[in-house]
Design a protein around this ligand. Structure first.
Ligand SMILES: [Zn+2]
Length: 292
């Protein structure tokens, strides 16, 4: 009997102390930016200090379930802002799974249709949830969270980029007090030129490089204006496009910009207090890998 009593006491003390621990380690009010490793593709999850959530892209069709599970593991039950940057499968392939798995607030995409089954699946998933798709265009503000300025820098409304789908990419910039992030989608040099013409201040501490670090994006002029301390490449290890390209790796190294890359490091998570950014990994390498 005595032994039972002691075990009970022990468990009781353990519960109290773990209770205290939970109280102490409650999530700090930080802005979290998760660059989820989806192989060759993009998926970025942003969680605000008030637990508002935004997802920019959802990886390829085969990655939808993984993206959903990753988001659930963060304790997220609702996506307040969902953005499909452009209709390519490595960005919106997993989006139907996301739409079917979570309550969705607002859903944004650029005004550009595509005739693939992947694109159709996204539209059908949105329709079945009763979601209307809001247009992503340059200058449009996103109602993400108070104290976090969130807006699209591209594409220009009604501009005809012909069938170059990458050029329709929704570019998103987030500013939380002193800290800022820019998400380029697959935007390329012509978009960067347009952004430079339209916006005076695009300074961002962290840039998710356009088009997986392809040399079709990230001009020197644009990078200088963004002036980041860190760049992120979301790409698959030894992908067939050889992303990130050598020119971009050299440009980053020459400008002493830390590079984080999902192909080497898996998922990379930044946390911002509004005046200080921390990251869960050391910077990755500038090694160029030719694809298979
Ligand atoms: Zn892409």
């Amino acid at each position: 009997m005595k032994k039972t009593y002691l075990s009970f006491l022990f468990i009781f003390i353990l519960l109290i102390s773990s209770g205290c621990e939970i109280f102490v380690s409650e999530r700090e009010p930080l802005l979290e930016v998760h660059f989820i490793d989806v192989g060759q593709g993009d998926a970025s999850l942003i969680i605000s200090p008030n637990d508002k959530t935004m997802l920019i892209d959802a990886g390829d069709n085969s990655k939808g379930r993984e993206v959903v599970e990753y988001i659930k593991r963060q304790g997220v039950r609702k996506i307040d802002v969902l953005i499909g940057t452009h209709p390519h499968a490595d960005h919106i392939g997993g989006m139907d799974d996301v739409i079917n798995s979570f309550e969705i607030g607002e859903f944004y995409m650029p005004k550009k249709i595509h005739t693939t089954k992947t694109f159709e699946d996204v539209l059908l998933a949105a329709k079945s949830k009763g979601l209307t798709i809001k247009e992503a265009y340059e200058g449009r503000e996103i109602d993400f969270d108070t104290n976090i300025d969130t807006r699209f820098l591209s594409p220009i409304k009604d501009k005809n980029y012909s069938d170059e789908l990458n050029l329709y990419s929704a570019v998103v910039r987030i500013v939380y007090n002193e800290d800022s992030f820019i998400f380029m989608g697959d935007a390329e040099a012509p978009n960067e030129e347009d952004i430079l013409k339209s916006f005076d201040d695009i300074k961002s501490d962290v840039i998710k490089l356009g088009h997986h670090g392809s040399s079709t994006s990230t001009t020197k002029e644009f990078l200088d204006k963004v002036s980041p301390y860190a760049a992120v490449v979301s790409a698959g290890y030894k992908n067939k496009y050889s992303h990130p390209h050598k020119e971009i790796l050299t440009l980053l190294e020459e400008n002493s910009i830390s590079l984080y890359r999902t192909d080497e490091q898996g998922t990379v998570v930044f946390k911002s207090s509004g005046n200080e950014i921390t990251v869960n990994q050391d910077p990755g390498s500038y090694i160029y890998r030719k694809g298979n």
